[in-house]
Design a binder for this molecule. Structure first.
Ligand code: GDP
Length: 186
């Protein structure tokens, strides 16, 4: 498999124009989005991971096998981002989600320990209202013991069935890839 960083776009004119189908990755800052992209591609340093949430404000495009893009959308919900930066974020994401014809579906990533937070639910409702397909991923599942996993996944299931995932031990990578290839065959 080949995975290459193509570009970082801060406005729609900069989005790739070659028409490949896209899978978007959405989630709160620090939810584990970069780690998920790295785990799926098997490339450790492909997406930038850090402990400083809210830093990336651009949309990153990674081309996978020359066949599709993984689209890394900036994390939301980080309280310390100034209001203006938050608005810029919302505008860019909304433009992408609303106007991108090549977008096939999105992964909505939740921290398995926290479940649905207000902003996640808002985004979920927006996706549904705009007829966007999405799959929920429950990340960092390795941080919970068995009982906590059951409880956490049950809570998430109140709104949607999650795919449990761990970047630490690789749980869920196969299932997430299956979801990607299945959707692209349709
Ligand atoms: P992003 O801001 O959503 O891109 O989140 P990152 O991928 O940068 O991850 C944020 C922090 O959570 C980092 O310290 C990661 O090492 C950690 N992390 C991410 N995914 C996992 C996981 O599946 N398991 C564990 N234990 N830690 C994770």
């Amino acid at each position: 498999m080949t995975a290459e960083f193509i570009k970082s776009a801060s406005s729609p004119e900069q989005f790739p124009a070659d028409g490949l189908p896209e899978v978007a990755f959405l989630g709160r800052s620090n939810v584990g989005k970069s780690s998920l992209i790295n785990a799926l591609t098997g490339k450790r340093g492909l997406a930038f991971t850090s402990n400083t949430p809210g830093r990336t404000q651009a949309i990153n495009f990674y081309r996978i096998d020359g066949a599709r893009y993984f689209v890394d959308l900036p994390g939301y919900g980080y309280a310390q981002v100034p209001v203006e930066a938050k608005n810029a974020w919302a505008t860019l994401i909304e433009k992408y989600l609303q106007e991108r014809k090549t977008l096939r579906f999105s992964f909505l990533i939740l921290d398995a320990r926290r479940g649905w937070m207000a902003k996640d639910l808002e985004l979920k409702q927006w996706l549904e209202a705009n007829q966007h397909s999405y799959i929920v991923v429950a990340s960092k599942i390795d941080k919970l013991n068995q009982a906590e996993q059951q409880r956490g996944l049950r809570a998430i299931r109140q709104h949607a069935e999650p795919l449990p995932f761990s970047a630490r031990n690789g749980r869920g990578v196969r299932e997430i890839w299956q979801a990607i290839t299945k959707t692209h065959q349709q």
